[in-house]
Ligand binder design. Structure first.
Ligand code: KG4
Ligand code: ZN
Length: 322
């Protein structure tokens, strides 16, 4: 598993990203072209617009990633690329580019699952090794996963309705905050008081989650309040309800499976309150990726290729959900 250098691509949603990663740990380059400003006017990602933007940017990000890393194609161990879950049209752009590079340079193609890649972001610049419990919280997923090896994770629980990131985005819109809602709520909550409103955590058994009741509770409260809304207090109280339940169930899983480490992954892993609460309450070491590797990036795909990758055929396909 040592001595690898992967060129990695990521186009599952609205970031066009390429990176060069050595031995699954060292980021030699990571370049991201974000489309956030383009989709902001629509209040969310428009798949067709996103796919066209990826076509515009994909060659450029690959060129910049290789140049910054000062790595030649002949030094690469393979081309890694996200092939799902995500938006079909955007995934196709990245996978087609990766197939073309693999064929042209006669290098193995390694297709990577986006969720596994988010978890593998924790290998970058650290000494993390399995076993661990991962809390994966992104725009599309909320899962607690028990990893007993690099490539094998058992899902212990997941959301029954909205993903945590989706709840952040929807509540932000209710409060009149900009898209994407997670960072906006994180920022507003720092100025607010989380004790002003008491929102329900969502009572679901085991390691599963539900955020739709919480979202409705915020909506009902907002409807009853006079304007202007106490946005900062609402943001802080909502964020507190989400992070309380995420931390509680992650700590329960740590206890039950007696793992020596906890790992945070996905876009919501950038949330300062979640990071602080988990670090403060965990009896074992907590890992979280550097901020730029929490949200979508290609370095995490390069790490996944090293630790979990198997060679794919050039017939590899994309998938929207697992
Ligand atoms: O992992 P990611 O970049 O894309 C998916 O694979 O879904 O996650 C994006 C999600 C968005 O819902 C965004 O609002 C959320 O991550 N997010 C945050 C923060 N930064 C990004 N949520 C809470 N606090 C943040 N600081
Ligand atoms: Zn993601």
């Amino acid at each position: 598993m040592s001595g690898s250098i992967y060129l990695a691509l990521e186009t599952s949603c609205d970031e066009t990203a390429a990176a060069v990663v050595a031995d699954g740990r060292r980021v030699l380059s990571s370049h991201i072209v974000s489309q956030t400003a383009i989709h902001q006017v629509f209040g969310g990602v428009v798949p067709e617009v996103a796919a066209r933007q990826h076509v515009e940017s994909v060659n450029e990000v690959v060129e910049i990633a290789l140049k910054t890393a000062q790595v030649k194609p002949s030094q690469l161990s393979g081309i890694a690329c996200t092939n799902g879950p995500g938006l079909i049209g955007t995934l196709l752009v990245g996978l087609s580019a990766a197939k073309a590079l693999s064929w042209t340079w006669d290098l193995p193609l390694i297709t990577i699952d986006h969720l596994l890649a988010h978890v593998c972001a924790n290998y970058l610049n650290t000494d993390l090794e399995p076993p661990f419990i991962a809390l994966l919280v992104s725009g599309g997923h909320t899962q607690i996963i028990h990893f007993d090896s690099y490539s094998h994770g058992k899902i212990l629980g997941q959301t029954l309705d909205d993903a945590a990131g989706e709840a952040f985005d929807k509540v932000a819109r209710l409060l009149g905050l900009e898209y994407p809602g997670g960072p906006a709520i994180d920022k507003a909550a720092k100025r607010g008081d989380s004790k002003v409103f008491r929102f329900p955590e969502g009572v679901v058994s085991g390691y599963d989650f539900s955020f739709s009741g919480l979202k409705t509770a915020v909506l009902r409260t907002v409807e009853k309040l006079p304007k202007p809304l106490p946005v900062d207090d609402l943001a802080a109280s909502f964020q507190d309800a989400v992070t309380r339940v995420l931390v509680k169930k992650t700590l329960l899983a740590q206890q039950e499976f007696n793992v020596p480490r906890l790992v945070l992954a996905g876009g919501v892993a950038a949330n300062s309150d979640l990071r602080n609460k988990l670090s403060a309450q965990s009896p074992v070491q907590v890992y979280f990726p550097r901020l730029e590797f929490c949200t979508d990036n290609a370095a995490m795909v390069g790490a996944a290729a090293h630790f979990c990758g198997v060679q794919s055929s050039l017939d590899a396909r994309v998938y929207s959900r697992n």
